[in-house]
Design a protein around this ligand. Sequence first.
Ligand code: 8YV
Length: 303
Amino acid sequence: MAILVVGRLEPSLEAQLSAAHTPLRLPVAVEQAEAVTVIVCGGRPGVDAALMDTLPHLGAVVNFGAGVDAIDVDAARARGIGVSNTPDVLSDTVADTALGLILDTMRGFAAADRYVRAGRWAAEGPFRYTRDLTGSRVGILGLGRIGSAIATRLLGFDCAIAYHNRREVPGSSYRYAASPVELAASVDVLVVATAGGADSAQLVSREVLTALGPQGYLVNIARGSVVDQDALIDLLTTGGLAGAGLDVYTGEPNVPAALCDLDNVVLLPHMGSATARTRTAMATLAMRNLEEFLASGQLVTPV
Ligand code: 8YV
């Protein structure tokens, strides 16, 4: 039984994995491929059907991260290959990141920091007025584990919370909007917290962003693929949106220069879950999935 690592693993996972095993790395020779029963990966480049087909005894793909959009889960299912992720342990940290991004985007903290450092406070006077989060209307696209943790935090800011999911969440006290457009049209801030992948691709379309409008803010801590990034840049540049806070992008780690040039956006380098404590917890959960699969053929947190 051999373990294959795909892509570059996070230091926290690499350390735990190398301490316990001697995994193979790509490319692997045909004889080695025969022995591979489990892949360990984290985000891109991920695992596609073509790679699965070169590994005849592959039984599981262990992913570091909650989102499994870089893995062809349907192809895995069709081949009887299990896929695990690292849910729950990162929800609070990602929700904290979302709150930071919402506050920073509305209050302009990063822009104000640049203003101070450039000596403009002394030269030009006080920074521009900004917008309050307290009492504002926030829409959450994707009220799952992370979306719910964001909503809980926003209650402390007296926000009116609405959400859109494919199906209404039974018993939820938050207002349900029947579509992303309807949600965007009725809020000051739209927070994207849905899973990535084909089902949610460009869910936040130009129409949705236009509905959010010139006074509206977009915050994305999910996946770049969920948002029409060209339309977003277009609207941010022409006053069609008030601002945006982004942790994720289309084509990461490259961020379009057009976004970097804008003062009404806050840009983070996909660091939603990147605290030492949470990344260690994610690595530990990924290792538990690996060890359990090696011991019993079962995964602890299958998707
Ligand atoms: C990680 C993430 O940055 O969990 C996810 O889906 O996007 C992040 O927590 C990523 O998985 C690290 O590779």
